[in-house]
Write a protein that binds this ligand. Sequence first.
Ligand SMILES: *Cc1c(COP(=O)(O)O)cnc(C)c1O
Length: 363
Amino acid sequence: MSAIYNFCAGPAMLPQAVMQKAQQELIDWNGLGVSVMEISHRSKEFIALTEQAEITLRQLMNIPKNYHVLFMHGGGRAQFSNVVNNFLGDNGRALYLVSGQWSSAAVSEAIKLVGESQIDSLDIVEKVNGLNQVNLPDLHAIDKDYRYVHYCSNETVDGIEIFEELDSPWPVVADLSSTIMSHEIDVSKYGLIYAGAQKNIGPSGLSIVIVRDDMLKLPTLAQSSVMDYRVAVEHGSMFNTPPTFAWYLASEVFAWLAANGGVSAMAEVNQQKAALLYSCIDANPFYKNGVAPQNRSRMNVTFQLVDESLDAEFLKQAEQAGLVALKGHRIVGGMRASIYNAMPIEGVQKLVNFMEQFAAQHA
Ligand SMILES: *Cc1c(COP(=O)(O)O)cnc(C)c1O
């Protein structure tokens, strides 16, 4: 059987070495004779796992001491409401930068909770020569007092990525669900970072939150204790039973990243993978991509067949070749190849070969 390469946007493929290790120790973890899924989250073995996970994550991302690392429930979207409930109180205002589907969904959730009077949003994507391009506004020129500015560094659905770090007078709250640890960032530039785990970290349902100490002094709204950042800090992310198996897998992914050169090594390969795919799209008039070169996502490569009537045939033949989950998000259509850290460059090369062949066949 030849290898299957899974380009799903999320839940996405996990490193094969991690999956094999998890398989081996599924019913007997750490010599305990039971699964890591079956032990108390308060057992010394599990606590040791969480401590190691945090140490490794802190090393991988170079997280400063004045930041807390939380492992929470609810994936990416839970944080859309958590940041509002934890930071805005009944009169704080926030600015949202909108660059695509996910940042726009974050605005809707915020407005639902506190109303439009507390939420401002700015559309930062423009069409320039027919291509979607991000234009970051000069935030220092905005004469308003915001508790935070929220943005999404990589729009997983639209294939739009923002590579610059925001220069902001207010704390930056960033949705890094689909870019976390895909390249190096300076954590000290952020008030809070969050990410649903299912793209670059582990199974769905888990969210990673990295929050600067002083953010926890902002006025809160009444909210569920499970979603309260202060409660999570106080209880070591164990106010209630955490998603222990997801936490375990995340810790294995962190260890895998560390053993494979860390984030800078990932970034290098990620750049090569994306370059391979975009050059194939650009070199071939059979395919197109609607994102300005400086904002082309390195994680989610969106592309279209110029002749859309061949979409179904493309997907069918790709699947036969072992290249699965290439269909674009239902909202935007077309194709999308998600190439997170776990996708080896061989998978991308195989996709490029297939795309060239398919184009030649149908030219
Ligand atoms: C996937 C994703 C989300 C949503 O994550 P869920 O875990 O499904 O809530 C939010 N933001 C971004 C950028 C994503 O890629």
